[in-house]
Design a protein around this ligand. Structure first.
Ligand SMILES: Nc1ncnc2c1ncn2[C@@H]1O[C@H](COP(=O)(O)OP(=O)(O)OP(=O)(O)O)[C@@H](O)[C@H]1O
Ligand SMILES: [Mg+2]
Length: 496
């Protein structure tokens, strides 16, 4: 581990970082900050939750000239929430330096953004559509941009933003630094990145698996129609503090959050069709622990950094392995531990295997809990509550009754009744979850390719890492080459 002071970072930024509680650089930060400060183009890949935001944020702050009123750094992110989150993190990093930062995104009144843009922010973070809108209105001038960042580039391409991004790229001076960061780097992205970038330094953090070790990964094989009842029971057993449930479609997310609420959980959904105000309020409540379960689509949760997410449930197995990596990466962040459970219908087992091939990690099969186990989970919770109430020791007003009851009844019976009254008995209220068609059946992949739409990447394209390993774009520059992954041994199939 490297201390930030060893990375030639200015005093002011070091102060900001230590105020944020950052003591040592994470590996991706250690591997990229210096190159970033030197103005090099970087393709940075590291597991979820390992600090990629600061990996590009620190060099940006270091390079900003606070006397220059021009926009000097432009960061493009796929969603509004992510744009806000990234701008908040960079604001904190640049706090002592007093760098001015602004986020612009759809759903927020454009007039307000235009006024804010007149205040000469030096760093702008935004979603592709809104950035483009401002470029067209000439309210965002990019001639002074020296650094361009694509955060979660693969997601932006999935969302069909490629043309927008091309146009934005063309509006930024060609003499610029381009940084691209993601936890996954499917082949097509790397290709596009390399055409946009000049001799990029590829920094890939060495790890045997694509997912962080501190996430325990399970799967449950179940038929589509059984999934919701199993999910309810699992929630009773796991008692997650904060959980995210992923659904494949917006309708799915709506139905799941509604059904969970009916069964007594505090759940809310988030997806792209909700208003910006609603999305923000749901996220805020989730962060403040007022909502226990966030139900989300892939897109809505991409890159989100919410501390304390203990469990991720994939109610539907994601169609591509990259989504899986990003989804479960909402837990186990910044060194914390987490659990991920993926539901898979018998027909979809091939997808599970493809995910495993990509992540280089087997999921452990989990048996669906029985209703007795679910009840036991709820009883445990009730017992905890009881003990907690006792611990608070504000019981004097109740003791009179207690003594009277103890004269009449058995103590065990009384306590049992108290536990029962606090136990939320498993709730089987009928709910409506429209059955999704399972993903088209497929066997787990083989080297033959066979069109897994948009992402044969996974294991294969990581194998493809060999390609760039031998290419001219990787320059070790006399530095510790081990930081950059050679791709070979770690992703070889023999490990499986
Ligand atoms: N050096 C550090 N020391 C301690 N905490 C850190 C450090 N760097 C980043 N963090 C914290 O770790 C968390 C995860 O960081 P971040 O959101 O940048 O991850 P990421 O790699 O971008 O993940 P994802 O792939 O999901 O987008 C954040 O809360 C961040 O503030
Ligand atoms: Mg990120």
């Amino acid at each position: 581990m490297t201390n930030f002071s060893e990375l030639n970072i200015s005093e002011s930024t070091q102060r900001s970082l230590s105020r944020m509680g950052f003591e040592e650089a994470t590996p991706i930060q250690e591997g990229t900050v210096r190159f970033g400060m030197e103005g090099r183009d970087i393709i940075g890949q590291a597991q979820t939750g390992t600090g990629k935001t600061a990996a590009f944020g620190i060099p940006i702050i270091e390079k900003i000239d606070t006397k220059n009123p021009a926009v000097q750094a432009l960061i493009i992110a796929p969603t509004r929430e992510l744009a806000i989150q990234v701008s908040e993190e960079i604001y904190r990093i640049g706090y002592d330096k007093r760098a001015r930062i602004l986020s612009v995104y759809g759903g927020q009144e454009i007039g307000r953004q235009i006024r804010a843009l007149r205040n000469n922010p030096q760093i702008v973070v935004g979603t592709p559509g809104r950035i483009l809108d401002h470029i067209k209105r000439r309210t965002l001038k990019l001639d002074g941009v020296q650094t361009l960042v694509l955060d979660e580039a693969d997601e932006m391409l999935n969302m069909g933003f490629i043309e927008d991004i091309n146009t934005i790229m063309a509006s930024v001076p060609a003499e610029r630094q381009t940084l691209l960061f993601s936890a996954t780097m499917p082949g097509p992205i790397r290709k596009i990145a390399e055409t946009f970038m000049q001799n990029p330094e590829i920094v890939k953090i060495k790890s045997k698996e694509m997912t962080v070790e501190n996430i325990d990964q399970y799967f449950i094989k179940a038929h589509e129609r059984e999934k919701f009842d199993i999910l309810s029971r699992i929630l009773n057993v796991h008692q997650p503090e904060l959980a995210i449930v992923f659904g494949r479609t917006k309708r799915r997310v709506d139905e799941l959050s509604h059904a969970l609420s009916i069964r007594g959980y505090i759940a809310e959904g988030i997806h792209g069709d909700l208003t910006q105000a609603k999305r923000m309020s749901v996220l805020r409540q989730f962060k403040e622990n007022k909502i226990d379960i966030l139900v989300a689509t892939d897109v809505a949760a991409r890159g989100l950094d919410i501390s304390g997410v203990t469990h991720v449930y994939n109610f539907d197995i994601p169609q591509d392995p990259e989504s899986y990596v990003h989804r479960i990466g909402r837990t186990g962040r910044a060194g914390k531990s987490g659990m991920a459970v993926t539901f898979v219908t018998p027909r979809e087992m091939g997808y599970l295997r493809i995910v495993e091939e990509t992540t280089k990690k087997r999921m452990t099969p989990m048996n669906p809990p029985s209703s007795d186990e679910a009840l036991l989970g709820q009883q445990r919770l009730a017992v905890e509550q009881l003990v907690e109430i006792m611990g608070k020791n504000e019981l004097s007003d109740y003791k009179q009754f207690a003594s009277e009851l103890l004269e009449k009844y058995e103590a065990t019976d009384l306590v049992a009744a108290a536990i029962r009254s606090l136990t939320r008995e498993p709730n089987d209220t009928p709910v409506t979850i429209t059955e999704e068609r399972p993903l088209p059946a497929r066997r787990s992949s083989s080297r033959s390719g066979g069109g897994y739409k948009g992402n044969r990447s996974g294991g294969r394209s990581y194998g493809g890492g060999r390609g760039y390993g031998s290419g001219g774009s990787r320059r070790s520059g006399g530095r510790d080459g081990s930081r950059r992954d050679s791709g070979r041994s770690r992703y070889s199939r023999s490990e499986k």
